[in-house]
Write a protein that binds this ligand. Structure first.
Ligand code: G5P
Ligand code: MG
Length: 220
């Protein structure tokens, strides 16, 4: 890929951003930056930012925009020569405007999955926190129950996957998503994918990216 492709994946909590992102990384070689994974690493390492962010995350609330913009900007500064995929950022219109001042995005994918499907599936999620690898008891089980396939370390359920936090996160997403998607729709780069299963959405995302990336950068 010769052009430095810049893309964002949007979607409600549990809509499959991490799942679809890992397939995009596998097939198209973009660098994946998940804002949630970055925050969880800060929490594990007990950094000042992590300690401050934890109370918002636990309650299913958004971390303040200025904290997020600074965190992502410093990560992107190290990726000047790579194509990248942002997952979970931006989440609000002010975040989108801040990133737009420095980086021109090529594409924004939005996963449109109904809330009732999400509430049901999030109960089965297990995460390897250090790497961000995600499993699901039925959809994508680990080889050995409760254990990460790659490191053999323990899987955990995220603190914010408790039902009351999930509801708060879905409500929050509903409030912010209109202005956020409006911003990208006006730029002409928003592409929505509707469905209830990642395995049904993925082939459509794959075909879209294949033609879009080839058109921009030639075959890869
Ligand atoms: P995160 O970490 O960005 P969310 O809430 O946006 O968290 P989340 O929960 O990580 O999103 P996802 O990545 O969209 O969900 O979904 P996923 O992990 O791929 O799939 C969910 C589960 O379903 C997995 O177990 C997966 O295996 C399974 N699954 C996938 N597809 C299917 C399917 O087809 N069928 C079935 N049965 N299962 C499936 O953010 C966390 C917190 O950090 C803060 C906020 O506090 C946020 O709440 N934060 C920010 N705050 C402010 N601004 C930002 N930009 C922030 N970014 C993060
Ligand atoms: Mg995720």
């Amino acid at each position: 890929m010769n052009k430095l492709f810049r893309m964002v994946i949007l979607g409600a909590p549990g809509s499959g951003k991490g799942t679809i992102s890992s397939r995009i990384v596998r097939d198209f070689g973009l660098k994946h930056l998940s804002s949630g994974d970055l925050l969880r690493a800060q929490v594990i390492n007990k950094t000042e930012l992590g300690i401050a962010a934890q109370k918002y995350m636990k309650a299913g609330k958004l971390v303040p925009d200025d904290v997020m913009v600074n965190l992502i900007a410093s990560e992107l500064a190290g990726l000047k020569t790579s194509p990248w995929l942002l997952d979970g950022f931006p989440r609000t219109r002010p975040q989108a405007e801040a990133v737009h001042q420095h980086e021109k995005l090529d594409l924004v994918l939005s996963l449109e999955v109904p809330d009732e499907v999400i509430i049901d599936r999030i109960k089965g999620r297990w995460t390897h926190l250090p790497s961000g690898r995600i499993y699901h008891t039925e959809f994508n089980p680990p080889q050995v129950s409760g254990v990460d396939d790659v490191t053999g370390e323990q899987l955990v359920q995220r603190e914010d996957d408790k039902p009351e936090s999930v509801k708060q996160r879905l409500d929050q997403y509903a409030v912010n998503t209109g202005p956020l998607k409006g911003f990208y729709r006006d730029l002409g780069i928003l592409q929505e994918f509707h469905g209830t299963e990642s395995n049904e959405i993925w082939p459509r995302v794959h075909n879209y990216l294949k033609s879009h990336l080839t058109a921009l950068s030639g075959p890869f």
